[in-house]
Design a protein around this ligand. Sequence first.
Ligand code: SAM
Length: 229
Amino acid sequence: FYAPPSQIHGDMAELLDQEAQHASKVMRMREGDRLIVVDGKGGRYEGPIRRITKKSVQIELEEHQQFDEPVPKIILGMGIIKKRDRLEFAIEKAVELGAWHVALFRSDHGIKENVRMDRLNAIAISAMKQSLHTYLPAISMHYSVEEVMDEFYDAYCLMAHEKADTDRSVRSISKDTKDKYLLLVGPEGGFSPEEVEKATVKGAKLVSLGPYRLRAETAALATMSQFVT
Ligand code: SAM
């Protein structure tokens, strides 16, 4: 279960909203049942339920483990894609693969509409729990790929680009020298030449995922998977 740090006070945690409903209605848990809670900031707790209603579950935290932040930190920068289910799929899988942050951006060849951040955050929480991660990646929205690069200026930036030399594969990039990597993947329509130019001027290295054209969500996962430790 997930309870953010604001719902953890001393040795008690409180589940609210969907988390409380899941425990009480779906899993039919009762007082005395033990459960595991993660706070999305590396904290993993375990203990018995002391009070349970449909809206709130109070847990006494008897055990606590604190996990270190992942190294290296992987930021997936992804152009917003039109098909909502494909974007959601990419975010779910990126969280499973250990993304530290997902930065979505509008791009010249992508869609301009906003996305439902509440839905994406719920997907990220569910993926974090399912895959037993203790850190919940933040999801942010940006107006351009440049803005993402400015925000994560201290990360080593790789831009997946179909026209990159296939010798420059993501696999060939050494993964243990930097503590933060920003992986940029374009939307269905790809990056415009201007975006590629601006990104490379800012220091992005173009990398290839092989000679075939992958869908944006496949490219995101293929890039991320190279960083799974
Ligand atoms: N028609 C678009 C174009 O010509 O750029 C195709 C874009 S592709 C569906 C979406 C994104 O996936 C690309 O912007 C790129 O970031 C990534 N991608 C897909 N295949 C790739 C490959 N073989 N190598 C590197 N990146 C790739």
